[in-house]
Design a protein around this ligand. Structure first.
Ligand code: ATP
Length: 263
């Protein structure tokens, strides 16, 4: 499917992206609350009795072995699938946006029209242009998606999410297909946009260093639950060479391979 599942119309008189208030609390003061989540596919129990609280504006990374259920969890939070049991409270559906590893742009629409998808009213195009500017693609709005690099396409996908001013941005391996340098540039961009707009971010990644670089908390999913919830207090923006970075990365990696450090 080409369209994201979140292409909901936005009122034309809504303020520009810069005017967005920080992420609003749910009734619990949380951006996201999961209680007792079970998810099974037939006899395969992927998630079991999983609880999670995420505060507004937090940046949380989900890591874990392939097949541990990271994407399944993100899909439940996005509302694309339902848990077998348990409660998901993640705010209004039109305040959540999901970004995937592939940008899923419509090849027959120009870049700006891809970003404006789902917007209505006379300001739709200018808002889309503004979002493109924020991701460093001012001037590329009239180009076709096929003329963009992989990294640029992911920037467009980011602009397409941001133009809806999400309170919760769900990122499912969005940088997984990019080269190392482009990934680092995208880290910086995502961090800047998160700091500027105040949305809550949930990032699924295979790359523990990426998780440590970006997240306030790194969650390890294992055997259906959260096996590690590591708070990252390193100052931003983080360099892999910074004191403490490698130690934290190593700690998470050791948990993933099943040999947590004892000290
Ligand atoms: N629609 C589905 N039907 C049946 N099984 C599914 C479905 N979706 C996911 N699964 C299974 O659930 C488990 C978790 O899958 P999921 O995609 O969430 O893992 P993941 O941690 O995101 O993996 P990866 O890191 O490789 O992307 C896997 O065993 C997968 O085969």
């Amino acid at each position: 499917m080409w369209l994201t599942e979140f292409d909901t119309p936005v009122l034309p008189h809504e303020p520009a992206i810069e005017d967005v208030p920080p992420a609003r609390d749910t009734s619990h003061g949380l951006a996201l609350q999961l209680r007792g989540i079970d998810k099974s596919f037939g006899t395969r129990h992927v998630l079991q009795n999983l609880d999670l609280n995420v505060a507004p504006g937090e940046f949380v990374a989900l890591v874990g072995r392939s097949g541990c259920g990271k994407s399944t969890l993100l899909r439940l939070i996005a509302g694309l699938d339902q848990p077998s049991a348990g409660l998901v409270e993640a705010g209004a559906a039109n305040e959540r946006r999901l970004m995937f590893q592939d940008a899923r742009l419509l090849p027959w629409k120009r870049v700006v029209d891809n970003v404006a998808l789902g917007l209505t009213g006379p300001e739709a195009k200018s808002r889309a242009m503004e979002a493109l500017e924020q991701v460093g693609l001012a001037g590329r709005g009239n180009d076709w998606p096929a003329t963009l690099s992989g990294g640029q396409r992911q920037r467009v996908a980011l602009a397409r999410a941001l133009v809806h001013r999400p309170r919760l941005l769900l990122l499912d391996e969005p940088l997984g297909a990019l080269d190392a340098l482009t990934r680092l540039e995208m880290h910086r961009l995502i961090e800047q946009l998160w700091q500027r707009h105040g949305f809550t971010a949930l990032l699924v990644t295979h790359d523990v260093a990426e998780a440590v670089a970006l997240a306030d908390r790194v969650l390890l999913i294992d055997r259906g639950g959260i096996a590690l919830d590591a708070t990252v207090t390193l100052p931003r923006s983080r360099s892999r060479a910074a004191p403490g970075f490698a130690e934290l990365e190593d700690r998470v990696l050791r948990h993933i391979i099943g040999h947590p450090a004892t000290a």
